[in-house]
Design a protein around this ligand. Structure first.
Ligand SMILES: *Cc1c(COP(=O)(O)O)cnc(C)c1O
Length: 474
């Protein structure tokens, strides 16, 4: 194709392309800026001589190049075998929670009592569901995430202008990911961190010693924090005080200093009650029964809900947190409240379903996927292999969940992650992206982290990846 001034003059004008009836639906669904940007890219290809200047060809190129939605976030099937993958948005919501989000997305009665027409407490439905799920909690509060719950508690009980100490074990100074360290988060509230114990051993006597040291220095301890080391394990010569040990030490301080020290247990995982298959994972009900005054947890880990921070415990303390000015900055929106309530009150979450998935059924699903690939390409290098899945995302470190994976050549990983756009599939919906794990030269698709409802989408994606590898002559 010729380039130069003549071709440049032939580039269809932006308005002419945008006026094409074929782009009318896209203008409604995606909005003008995204469509115009795609038009700009098509015009550039004409200028470079890579595209015919004919209006029809340009419109076709724009259609093929449009993003599927106005958000750049793409749905991804998590075939990594890491049930809670932080890079993939942690817990997938249940269908009930997704529906609740859709229903609440417009205007909704989040702070209005429709019966009386008066203002009502924000998030009362989610709070009631959380309270019902943990009867041991006198009161509950929901904030933006687990980190926000800790910041709010530390600020309201020890930070801000209070200038009190927060006691933390050196064995629990956790980095939760991406450089975020919980003790730095606590220090940022203005509370003074008082570290006790060692990396491997901390005792209740260490905590009592910290109280005595604070008193000698004329200071007060505002909070004792017990943080679950949720993403690592220390083995060997170790010791950590139980929640009950700490509760005794905190209560005993009332006799010496005139007031008991509140004990906060950060469980991280969001388990509300114990699970037999995760015996080392702390839960809110047990922590409260053992004497914790406050428990904090994330909503999008083992609870299987939206990103949220849960605070449960003593009514007077929860009220102090709720009434603190910072609470407003950490409050959750209606979408979170809707999803959280539906997660708590609704059916089994996908996370729990994945935890409890039957190994035989995982193997059966993997075999079916292998058959689909082989029926499309009898020479395909595909296998069904044993795999090991993990909870991930700051939960149950060291727990291995036996699993089964579809094993494909490593070359599949890239086309599975980056499927061709919808326009390349005139008959079908867009092929969904799939993220597996590459191990020993193979691309493994672990079935435990893929919901059975997504098996058709997974099969379509694998076939599409096979086709694109063949097309590339791989
Ligand atoms: C994950 C985790 C956090 C942080 O929670 P986010 O919801 O990610 O903010 C805090 N403490 C523990 C023990 C955790 O596991």
């Amino acid at each position: 194709m010729a380039t130069g001034p003549d071709v440049r003059r032939q580039v269809p004008r932006t308005d002419a392309v945008l006026d094409s009836p074929d782009l009318a639906a896209a203008l409604v669904d995606l909005g003008r800026p995204l469509v115009r940007a795609a038009v700009g890219r098509a015009q550039q290809r004409v200028r470079e001589g890579a595209l015919d200047p004919d209006l029809g060809a340009v419109v076709a190129s724009v259609l093929a190049d449009l993003p599927p939605t106005a958000s750049s976030l793409r749905p991804v099937l998590n075939a990594t075998g890491v049930l809670l993958h932080t890079n993939l948005g942690r817990a997938p919501l249940s269908r009930a929670a997704v529906q609740a989000v859709v229903d609440a997305a417009g205007t909704t009665d989040v702070e209005l009592d429709l019966a009386t027409g008066r203002r009502a407490r924000r998030g009362r439905g989610a709070s009631a569901a959380l309270a019902a799920a943990v009867p041991d909690a006198e009161a509950v509060h929901v904030v933006n995430n687990g980190a926000a719950a800790l910041v709010l508690a530390a600020t309201a009980l020890a930070g801000g202008g209070l200038d009190r100490d927060v006691v933390m074990s050196r064995g629990e100074m956790v980095e939760v990911g991406d450089g975020f360290r919980l003790h730095e988060l606590i220090a940022s509230t203005g509370a003074r961190l008082r570290e006790v114990g060692t990396t491997n051993r901390t005792t209740a006597a260490d905590v009592a010693g910290a109280f005595a040291a604070a008193r000698r220095e004329g200071r007060r301890v505002g909070l004792v924090m017990k943080v679950h080391p949720s993403n690592f394990r220390v083995e060997g010569f170790t010791a950590a005080p139980t929640t009950a040990d700490l509760a005794r030490v905190c209560a005993a301080e009332a006799e010496v200093a005139g007031e008991a020290v509140p004990l906060l247990v950060d469980t991280g995982s969001g388990l509300l009650a114990p699970r037999r298959d995760l015996p080392d994972e702390p839960d809110a009900a047990s922590a409260l029964r053992a004497g914790a005054d406050l428990v904090t947890a994330s909503g999008d880990k083992l609870l299987g809900g939206p990103q949220a921070g849960l605070v449960l415990g003593r009514a007077d303390l929860v009220e102090r947190l709720r009434r603190h000015p910072l609470a407003r900055a950490l409050r959750v929106d209606k979408l979170t409240l809707a999803a959280l309530e539906a997660t708590l009150a609704g059916p089994t979450t996908p996370v729990v379903a994945a935890l409890e998935a039957d190994l035989g059924q995982l193997r059966e699903r993997a075999r079916r996927h292998a058959q689909v690939v082989r029926s499309a390409d009898p020479s395909a290098d595909v296998d069904v292999v044993d795999s090991e899945a993990v909870v991930g995302g700051g939960g149950a470190p060291g727990v291995v969940l036996p699993s089964v994976a579809l094993s494909l050549p490593a070359a599949y990983a890239e086309p599975l992650r980056t499927p061709r756009p919808a326009a390349a599939h005139p008959a079908a919906d867009a092929v969904v992206a799939v993220v597996g794990r590459v191990e020993a030269g193979r691309c493994l698709l672990d079935l435990r982290s893929v919901a059975p409802e997504d098996d058709d989408a997974l099969a379509t994606a694998v076939l599409d990846a096979a086709r694109s590898l063949t097309a590339r002559g791989a």
